[in-house]
Design a protein around this ligand. Structure first.
Ligand SMILES: [Zn+2]
Length: 761
């Protein structure tokens, strides 16, 4: 029994996407009645109605959910009854409340919705408040109206980035600025009432110009259609009017207004963008005792005097715990201790970052889980990274540790221990200082760093394992959390299978020179073309011709409902671009992404070397295994709208030549510095080529049931990544993304991340 078999066959129709939607319909009058009925007939997952009125005789000409027997009844009650007769699968519910007086309830309902239909005729200030709420939550704002013979439908879907698409207020801002100021997106979701909003006085009411079932139904149908279009990725007019006296249809797309009081206060990231680019796995935090050391660009210096070197040298020896035989090792970065000076212009960190917190089992602050000792805190003004906020793990068999800085035995040392879950004074200062410094150096290449320093917390906690060793946490504003090795590359490899489902071994094998065709498999990039002897040249997938299919706009099986729309919209935009751009193919597009990603990684490494900065390659307590921070997983993937695709992070073990000392001789040693820079470059190139030794990361394509042809194809793209890396590291050419291709590149990156998310859940 498939109610929707007739609409499933409509081209580019995604019934599962429609069924994943939850619609809030404000007002079940002339337009709201038809909107709600159509949403039910379409099979939308959930419809929630809000109204505070009773059915009157004059409603019955156009409010199609009510009949004579309903006069005097509550509209919400009568509408739910009527919808249940029409209903196929939708969960319908209603709230009988005054949306103006009880705004807080509207906010809570909107938080659980994927679209808001504003069908309440209260006036432009109320419309502004609803629009603002939609901007705050990153959901489409849909509205409609009818005047005499005219039906008007309006649709304002959220852009990928706040402000990238116009909102209703952009071109309709009401006059009273102080009133609008009270309902901007940063405030509107905190209000419990919006009774202070003036009602419209001058707009013609439908009592004067009249309204019929024709104009109301037409407006409702147009507006539901506009929303459906936008949901599927079509470019939809913001404003459509239909006059059935003249039989004229008129529509246009409006322009964003960079003075708009609503768009300009949009949150830094819409909630869906946070899910895709930062993560969805939550963990709790609790405030604890401690001090805040705020950052300013002049707060941390590198005096590199002999006494600063001596301070650093102490860490080459273990640090002993008082009255115990345990020896505790701290990371021994071979560079002079940096110095912190409390800045005079002390700008406090935004709440809740103004108080130290640690990860706990329960706690007032829910944050996004990141690495073992890190979290991401999504706030209105952006996302913030805490690095060193506790090692609490709630996985099976792990001890619940509070306050979360456990001593862990290291196998390579007798009685040796490390402290986990925090950063230390020297690594904390290093990371703040070097993040700022590297950011300045990279700006000339149009590349930014992923973590902007904001300060440090110094914990003062009662159950401290070793109080004599200060435990700190770095606080940063961060631009992303998805990594190149663990998220982007596995996702791109999964996309290769999606994009070229029927590619054959014959087709793939002939792309490679004979020495790469090792029997049943293509020889991997890292063993074929990496630094060293016995190497062949990497191939460039850019000019390669393959039998291509179009990217399927059907989302892969099992994708979470909230990720369906970004997938479908991404695939749709790619198909449009392939039809529009003569020279663009899926192979050339993927190759461009790989090449650019490689180029950015190479450019960062080149720039660090040129400025005599070691990212974090050195030997400390373990003479057999170097620290190495130069690998693809220390690049985060940026959300769209940034100049580069990636941004490097993780400078806690970085150091400059000035301040470097040899841990063996204890004095400056240029040749050792050069040698470690060189080793770092070798490790980096090996990791880019797919060798996993220094990152501990598996290539997903060796784990799943990918065909030999697809694996070969992936090694081809990996070759292209290496070529891009060498171009960037060689500093000779710039791999640029043409402006008309950039949206396609963003779609590819986003779809790759969605596939990785699918694989990980
Ligand atoms: Zn606007």
């Amino acid at each position: 029994m498939d109610f929707f078999s007739r609409q499933r066959t409509v081209p580019d129709w995604h019934q599962p996407l429609i069924e994943a939607q939850s619609a809030l319909v404000l007002g079940v009058g002339g337009i709201g009645c038809t909107v709600a009925r159509e949403l039910c007939r379409l099979g939308v997952g959930e419809v929630v109605l809000v109204d505070n009125d009773v059915v009157s005789v004059s409603n019955l000409n156009r409010q199609v959910l009510y009949s004579g027997g309903d006069v005097g009844r509550r509209k919400v009650v009568a509408a739910i009854e009527a919808l249940d007769r029409d209903n196929l699968r939708t969960r319908v519910s209603g709230v009988d409340c005054d949306a103006v007086k009880e705004w807080g309830r509207v906010v809570r309902l909107a938080r659980n919705s994927t679209v808001v239909f504003n069908c309440i005729d209260y006036g432009e200030y109320f419309d502004t408040a609803v629009m603002s709420l939609c901007v705050c939550l990153g959901v489409p704002y849909i509205t409609a109206s009818s005047y005499g013979h005219t039906a008007i439908a309006e649709c304002y879907p959220p852009g990928d980035l706040p402000g990238s698409g116009p909102c209703w207020v952009c071109n309709n801002a009401p006059a009273k600025k102080d009133v609008i100021e009270a309902v901007t997106p940063d405030k509107v979701a905190q209000l419990e009432t919006v009774e202070f909003l003036p009602q419209d006085v001058y707009m013609p009411s439908n009592q004067e110009v009249g309204s019929s079932v024709l104009s109301c139904t037409l407006a409702a149908t147009l507006t539901v259609g506009a929303w459906l279009n936008a949901l599927h990725g079509y470019t939809t007019p913001h404003w459509t009017s239909c006059d059935f006296a003249m039989f004229q249809l008129f529509s246009y797309r409006s322009e964003s207004n960079n003075q708009c009081p609503i768009c300009q206060k949009a949150p830094r990231y819409a909630p869906l963008l946070v899910d895709i680019y930062f993560g969805t796995d939550l963990v709790a935090m609790t405030p604890v005792g401690g001090a805040v050391l705020p950052y300013s660009p002049t707060a941390i210096t590198n005096p590199a005097t002999q006494s600063h070197v001596e301070k650093a040298k102490c860490r080459l020896e273990s640090v002993y715990r008082d009255g115990d035989d345990k020896c505790v090792y701290l990371p021994a970065v071979p560079a002079a201790q940096l110095e912190y000076n409390q800045p005079a212009d002390n700008v406090p960190l935004p709440h809740p970052l103004s108080t130290p917190m640690v990860k706990t089992k329960d706690g007032p602050q829910l944050v996004i889980r990141s690495g073992g000792r890190s979290v991401i805190i999504p706030l209105y003004e952006g996302c913030f990274r805490l690095k060193g906020c506790g090692n609490y793990v709630d996985a099976e068999g792990m001890r619940y540790t509070h306050p979360g800085f456990p001593l862990i035995k290291i196998e390579t040392k007798d009685n040796g221990y490390e402290i986990r879950g925090c950063c230390f004074e020297h690594t904390g200062l290093n990371e703040q200082y070097m993040s700022q410094k590297v950011g300045e150096l990279l700006s000339e290449h149009g590349i930014i760093v992923g973590n902007k320093p904001m300060g440090l917390w110094r914990y003062e906690i009662t159950e401290d394992t070793i109080p004599t060793i200060p435990k700190l946490c770095g606080v940063f504003e961060t631009l992303g959390e998805r990594r190149v090795s663990s998220h982007l590359l596995p996702g791109l490899e999964a996309l290769v299978s999606q994009f070229f489902p029927s590619v054959t071994e014959g087709e793939v094998w002939c792309l490679f020179p004979p020495e790469r065709r090792g029997g049943e498999e293509i020889i991997p990039t890292w063993s074929a073309c990496c630094t060293g002897a016995n190497k062949s040249s990497p191939i460039d997938m850019g000019p390669v011709k393959l039998i291509e299919s179009e990217p399927s706009s059907s989302p892969p099986e099992g994708i979470p409902p909230s990720f369906m729309a970004p997938w479908i919209q991404g695939a749709f935009s790619l198909r449009q671009a392939l039809a529009r751009e003569d020279t663009l193919t899926l192979a050339s597009l993927l190759a461009l992404v790989y090449q650019r990603v490689g180029w950015e990684m190479g450019t960062v490494k080149r720039s660090l070397e040129n400025h005599r900065i070691n990212w974090g390659y050195f030997f400390d307590h373990n003479p057999f295994e170097p620290h190495c921070n130069a690998h693809p997983n220390n690049y985060i993937v940026l959300p769209p709208g940034q100049p580069s695709l990636l941004a490097p992070v993780d400078f806690d073990f970085s150091f400059e030549e000035g301040g470097f000392f040899s841990p063996y001789s204890g004095s400056t040693d240029k040749s050792l510095f050069d040698s470690w820079l060189g080793s770092e470059a070798v490790e980096m190139e090996r990791a880019v080529a797919g060798e996993t030794a220094n990152t501990g990361l598996q290539m997903t394509m060796t784990q799943n049931d990918m065909s030999a042809a697809h694996r070969g194809l992936c090694w081809g793209f990996r070759d292209t990544l290496l070529l891009g890396y060498r171009a960037g590291y060689g500093g000779e050419e710039t791999v640029t993304i043409p402006e008309n291709i950039r949206p396609c590149v963003d779609s590819v990156v986003k779809m790759a991340l969605l596939l990785t998310h699918l694989a990980n859940t």
